[in-house]
Write a protein that binds this ligand. Sequence first.
Ligand code: ADP
Ligand code: TRP
Length: 327
Amino acid sequence: MESTKRKRVLTGIQPSGKLHIGNYFGTIKRMIEYQECSDLFLFVANLHCLTSLSDPKAIRELTLNAAMDMLSLGIDPERTYFWAQSDVPEVTELMWILSTLTPFGLMERAHSYKDKTAKGIQASLGLFSYPVLMAADILIYQADVVPVGKDQKQHLEITRDIALKFNHQYGDVLTIPEPDISEGVAVIPGTDGQKMSKSYNNTIPIFADEKGWKKTVMSIVTDSKSVEDAKDPDACNVCQLYKLFATPEEQKALAKRYRQGGLGYGDAKKMLLEKVIATFEPYAKKRAHYQAHPEEVKTILKKGAEKVRPIAQKTLEKVRKLVGIEY
Ligand code: ADP
Ligand code: TRP
């Protein structure tokens, strides 16, 4: 008989600044949906954050901001495990144990260390062993599935390697996690037509007011066809972005109007703007509430840590016995 046990889905989010609609349709929406059909474990990776930031005030603020963002977008702390990484110190002990069986060469092959140091981030030991902390994050909660972006694929492979090695050496106690990588998710274009990314200054923010959204939507680059000209919906950024919000019927209707001519880009942008506002305004309102009540957010995170910590303690207890430090 097939097991009906709900899958444990776990992911960490690096608190790294303003979210945009590329993040939303690329990953966040999917993560929120996981709440419905699985046990979702979601944490703010503030220990990882220490590898690239050293301003304590910024780290505190970014941690709370990331939590506010996720809560506003629909993470329900009652139905999920939602906490800050640093509130479960067991994870760093497991990291140490795992690091003693992680081959140095495996770490040397990791792209992210090379990429980050090339970008000027200090080459610390913490940055080098970043993937081992990530492995500990995943393995301590016995996660079945880990949804991440393509850039994290190698980290998941490292996690699996470490877990297999541990299980082989000491006995089968760690769940081998499956990556869930959104290869199929289309790259969402930014206002200039390149991939929407905070590094390119071409984003439409999730959290803004009407003025903020209007400014970015109206700045989307189009070609110079006049109102009367027939237009190609597939070649237009406005239309590509509209599709993300629209029903299939609405998409067809807009594509038809593009091909017929008579619809100006200005009007198409207004249609998109309406969708953006209708979709994200409720989230922005919730976000403003949390911004004004940071204590509420801290309490949610602390309670989340209390709820999830026994799971970490249980795994660590087994591991401590197996490796021989429980004497
Ligand atoms: P950015 O490029 O703005 O720095 P991140 O690298 O922090 O974004 O991405 C966070 C998550 O959002 C990743 O999992 C990534 O797959 C997704 N994402 C980011 N930009 C896009 C985009 N333009 N289209 C689709 N998904 C995206
Ligand atoms: N490294 C991930 C990122 O940069 C964040 C992260 C930390 C993570 N620990 C994790 C993701 C565990 C998934 C599972 O996006």
